[in-house]
Design a protein around this ligand. Structure first.
Ligand SMILES: C[S@@+](CC[C@H](N)C(=O)[O-])C[C@H]1O[C@@H](n2cnc3c(N)ncnc32)[C@H](O)[C@@H]1O
Ligand code: SF4
Length: 347
């Protein structure tokens, strides 16, 4: 894309742009509303903007949009997976989950991922590129347009490591929670990371109110290194300490994600060790039965091991839930739908 990516500009930047082309800055608010509230993807739809200004904007800028490649709805109707095509032909996936408290969208932050976690389908084809702020917003905007229902929660838990795309992520969060845009409360936005310690600390200093989720998946470095290469770069203590810093700066309770893999991280001694590591922290542990992917032979923990693990943590008064599996009938594991599509198209 050689033209200006107008949907990635915040309101002040849009005002500057209008000033530069000799127009009134107050028009910026109207254009911002067309892009981020009325969710249009064509300058011609901006009916209160003069034709001359629309033509000028078309010449220097572009409005990103996503094309729907595939849409799969789970049998219970609660989960819909979307496969989208970007302007450069690359594909990404996003998920709409309908809860009684509102609609939540899980978005991707990168095309592919370079982090190499052993059980994750998103990383198998490697890393392709970062998503821009507009491409992250587009996933939510498209789903809201297609479903006709307001999105109230956003989780950055799809393909990619959001903190490896730091500047675009922070821009995206500001724009998503902007009162002139969709105005989604920062408290309803969750960012999940495999644990880039320096970036967690930087995020803590941004003065945001989003929830941070750390993908922990192990009670110690030995087990963590078996599952996540990032554990070679940052040890478990430094990852947890970065979360403590995040809590101290923001007052936001930390979520620890723990994908349960049979025989690897689901034993009672793991639960006990985990408790000792996180005791005293204002946190919540989310136990996720791992979704097996065909490229790896990791098995999902038995439900009785997961329940036992939960009971042990609860005995020590750790806040813990087992994540309800949603949409297992539609390639629910993160990156799986995109991976199936890539496999088919490369035949
Ligand atoms: C796909 S990642 C994206 C966000 C970020 N890169 C991270 O690792 O936290 C979101 C969560 O999904 C988990 N995950 C990935 N593959 C999974 C699988 N096959 N089964 C269960 N959880 C999985 C990750 O460990 C992580 O906690
Ligand atoms: S779990 Fe997250 S960091 Fe790890 S490979 Fe998957 S997307 Fe990347």
């Amino acid at each position: 894309m050689s033209k200006i990516d107008i949907k990635s500009l915040n309101l002040d930047e849009l005002k500057d742009l209008l000033q530069q082309i000799g127009d009134k800055p107050f028009r910026a608010k109207q254009i911002y509303e067309w892009l981020h509230v009325k969710l249009v993807s064509d300058f011609n739809e901006m009916t209160n903007i003069s034709k001359q200004l629309r033509e000028q904007l078309k010449e220097i800028s572009e409005i990103t949009n996503l094309a729907v490649v595939n849409k799969l709805e789970s049998e219970d109707g609660e989960t819909t997976k979307f496969l989208f095509r970007l302007w450069d032909g690359r594909v990404l996936e996003s998920v709409l989950m309908k809860y009684h408290h509102g609609n939540s969208v899980c978005i991707s932050s990168q095309v592919g991922c370079k982090m190499g976690c052993k059980f994750c389908a998103s990383t198998i084809g490697g890393f392709e590129r970062n998503l821009t702020a507009s491409e992250m917003l587009d996933q939510i905007y498209c789903i809201q347009r297609i479903s006709g229902e307001r999105v109230s929660n956003v989780v950055v838990m799809g393909t990619g490591e959001p903190l490896d795309n730091y500047d675009n992520l922070v821009r995206f969060i500001h724009m998503l929670s902007d009162e002139n845009g969709l105005n989604i409360s920062q408290r309803n936005i969750t960012v999940s990371t495999c644990g880039l310690v320096d970036k967690i600390k930087a995020l803590a200093d941004e003065n945001l109110q989003i929830t941070l989720a750390l993908s922990l998946h192990a009670p110690n470095d030995t087990v963590r290194k078996q599952l996540m290469p990032i554990a070679e770069r940052f040890d478990i203590d430094s990852a947890i300490n970065a979360c403590i810093y995040y809590y101290e700066k923001t007052g936001r309770r930390i979520t620890f994600e723990y994908s349960m893999v049979e025989g690897i991280n689901d034993l009672p001694e793991h639960a006990l060790e985990l408790y000792k590591r996180i005791k005293g922290l204002n946190c919540h542990v989310n136990l996720i039965p791992v979704n097996p992917i065909k490229e790896r032979n990791y098995k999902q923990s038995q439900m009785k091991s997961i329940q036992n693990f939960k009971n042990i943590l609860e005995k020590y008064r750790i806040n813990v839930t087992i994540r309800r599996e949603m949409g297992t009938d539609i390639d629910a594991a993160c990156g799986q739908l995109r991976k199936s599509y890539m496999d088919k198209t490369s035949d």
